[in-house]
Design a protein around this ligand. Structure first.
Ligand code: DQA
Length: 148
């Protein structure tokens, strides 16, 4: 089974981008964390990042077409603006876990609303990059439970 881990705009600069908010780990480090977490549960991880909204929509559609076991998505700033990403996520059956590195509720008012949450099975924010690992562990637990 495959889990798609999708990252939105500016996350390519993780590690140097506002480190006091997002920490010092790079996106490569996050990819490694996700691959290790995936491996632990027997998942293949498709790890991607784009600064472009339409690219993220294409990848969400691809995840559905490939019958991904789950989608972990940090839509970054598109969280707060993108009906297109919401609509793409709503078309699939696999659980979507929305991840934010920072606690979006403790920051600017405009970060407190997420379009994407409407399509999310769960939302993780404020755990730093460890949130990605928690999301993958969570999908694994969810699948176990659904098997009874
Ligand atoms: C973010 C929070 C968003 O508000 C912001 O635009 C980001 C990153 C996070 O991971 O904390 O780019 O999604």
């Amino acid at each position: 089974a495959t889990i798609y881990v999708l990252n939105g705009p500016n996350l390519n600069l993780l590690g140097t981008r506002e480190p006091e908010v997002y920490g010092r780990a790079t996106l490569k480090d996050v990819e490694k964390l996700c691959r290790d977490a995936g491996q632990k549960h027997g998942f293949t991880v498709e790890f991607r990042q784009s600064n472009h909204e339409g690219q993220l929509v294409d990848w969400i559609q691809e995840a559905h077409a490939q019958q991904a076991a789950g989608i972990v998505i940090n839509p970054a700033a598109y969280t707060h603006t993108s009906i297109a990403i919401l609509d793409a996520l709503l078309m699939g059956k696999a659980p979507t876990i929305e991840v934010h590195i920072s606690n979006i509720h403790a920051r600017d008012e405009f970060r407190r609303h997420s379009y994407v949450s409407k399509a999310a099975k769960a939302v993780i924010c404020g755990f730093g990059v460890q949130g990605y690992v928690l999301a993958i562990d969570g999908i694994a637990a969810m699948i176990d439970t659904s098997k009874g």
